[in-house]
Design a protein around this ligand. Structure first.
Ligand code: ADP
Ligand code: ADP
Ligand code: MG
Length: 447
């Protein structure tokens, strides 16, 4: 097993990884930017290294600084968390060449699957249904036009290196194509340093349903049910639940089998997620694969009674998949709400600032992952996630009831939060009945 892990991240996920390491008896090294000196992940790690100024490209994404921090602290592995360098193949390769274990799949795997157009063709070869679309990258606008006519409008232009909902445009009319192509390309170039786009049929009113998988170094791959992540705003997830209210055991088995087949096709190792779109007729299509732990992993942990981060670390250390993981069954229902430091009454405008009061609820079936305390100051440099509230219940109704109770108890003062928004969604009749899709938030009358 690893002796010391450096965590190349911040916020709640850095804390989450420290917790897993502690339980495994592994020492931890926290890295932090000058803006995060008083952060909880810094306080709870065994060793700490300041890696630079606040902007992430100078700190959390600064590869030379991270590698030297790992070297001076004698860390034998790096956990990248999510975001930042978690899906950066070059970083994984540098780790490898410096003799440091990167906790995730190989750099080659990350680079192949991070290229979303390539990943789709790999899945097609495995016989996994994919969203109909262009064959690979669109060379120019003329090719894009031809593709759009073949696929049939509406279509979606998507950055092949994309993530976090960026570099995506819907095109409903041919006349919109040129502008959409240019803006998506510019956004992709700025965000991912890669302007390449591909095209997909735009699926109307789909649900986003993803399958969690785990693979060991000996070819064993298992699936751990699905998460429904259809409650999204601007293509970013806000609420996730497992199981999906519309997936029955028959569909679950088919989705799990397809996810396993796809992962086997590429010899996948480590924790990963296969994202599907589920259309209104019950057909599902591969969309992309994420080669890292995801923000919403706790809902799967709650229904399976597993610690995915611990399992991910053990798999990276070369342990074979254990029987208790292989034989796990889903139990009950779990829901996660992402609490952001944003003002839902003002278009979800981020509102960094100092936390004056913070009361974290508890009680049966409640889990809260947060790095916030009083008087923590939420810095303006990073994403605005403050806390993840996860509730578990015997039934969906029980999990939702617990979520309502949690929001009654939660006290956050000093910054605005997305709690009022979540409260309204949780009480909404359509949401309550499970009848929602990725368009839900767009059509939701919040105020
Ligand atoms: P998940 O599928 O785990 O919910 P998200 O797509 O919401 O993942 O992204 C998780 C986090 O990583 C978010 O903070 C998001 O802003 C960030 N992120 C995702 N993709 C990228 C990327 N390619 N570059 C930088 N940050 C990213
Ligand atoms: P990212 O890498 O940014 O996470 P995804 O490919 O996962 O991008 O897509 C993000 C979201 O965009 C999905 O969860 C879904 O809501 C929407 N989306 C993506 N592709 C399509 C499509 N072909 N038709 C309709 N909606 C889509
Ligand atoms: Mg995605």
């Amino acid at each position: 097993m690893f002796k010391k892990i450096l965590i190349a991240n911040r916020g709640e996920i850095a804390l989450r990884i420290i917790r897993a390491c502690k339980e495994l008896g592994i020492r931890t090294v926290a890295v932090y930017s000058e803006a995060d000196a008083s952060s909880l992940h810094v306080r709870f790690a065994d060793e700490v290294v300041c890696i630079g100024p606040p902007p992430s490209y100078q700190s959390y994404m600064n590869i030379p600084q991270l590698i030297s921090a790992a070297e001076v602290t004698n860390s034998d592995a790096i956990h990248p968390g999510y975001g930042f360098l978690a899906e950066n193949a070059y970083f994984a390769e540098i780790c490898q060449s410096c003799g440091i274990h990167f906790i995730g799949p190989s750099s080659e795997m990350i680079s192949n699957l991070g290229d979303k157009a390539y990943a789709k063709s790999a899945m097609m070869q495995a016989g996994v249904p994919v969203v109909p679309g262009s064959q690979g990258i669109l060379k120019d606008i003329a090719t894009a036009k031809k593709s759009a006519l073949e696929i049939g409008l509406p279509v979606m232009l998507k950055a092949t290196a994309g993530g976090g909902g960026r570099g995506i445009r819907i095109v409903r009319e041919l006349t919109e194509l040129e502008k959409a192509f240019q803006t998506a390309q510019a956004e992709a170039k700025a965000a991912f340093n890669n302007p390449d786009l591909y095209m997909e049929k735009y699926i109307e009113n789909p649900r986003h349903v993803e399958v969690q998988i785990l693979g060991d170094n000996f070819g064993k791959i298992i699936a751990l049910g699905e998460r429904d992540c259809s409650i999204q705003r601007k293509l970013q997830k806000l609420i996730e639940e497992s199981p999906s209210p519309v997936v029955d055991q028959e569909l679950r088995t088919r989705m799990e089998n397809m996810a396993i087949r796809g992962a086997q096709q590429v010899n996948y190792r480590s924790a990963g997620t296969i994202e599907f779109l589920l259309d209104t007729d019950g057909n599902f299509y591969f969309m992309e694969m994420n080669t890292r732990i995801q923000v919403e992993h706790p809902v799967t942990e709650m229904v399976f009674g597993l610690d995915l981060v611990k399992e991910q670390i053990k798999l990276a250390a070369g342990y074979p998949m254990e029987d208790y993981v292989k034989n796990r069954r889903m139990e009950g229902h779990a829901i996660e709400c992402r609490i952001n430091a944003e003002d839902p009454y003002k278009g979800f405008r981020p509102c960094p600032g100092e936390i004056m009061a913070f009361h974290v609820p508890g009680g049966p079936g409640v889990r809260i992952d947060t790095h916030v305390y009083v008087p923590y100051k939420i810095p303006p440099y990073y994403d605005s996630l403050m806390a993840k509230v996860i509730t578990h219940g015997r039934t969906r109704e029980e999990a939702l009831g617990r979520m309502e109770r949690v929001f009654d108890e939660f006290v956050i003062e000093g910054v605005e939060s997305t709690i009022p928004f979540h409260q309204k969604v949780i009480r909404n009749e359509k949401f309550r009945s499970g009848d929602y899709n990725v368009k839900f938030v767009e059509n939701f009358k919040f105020q």
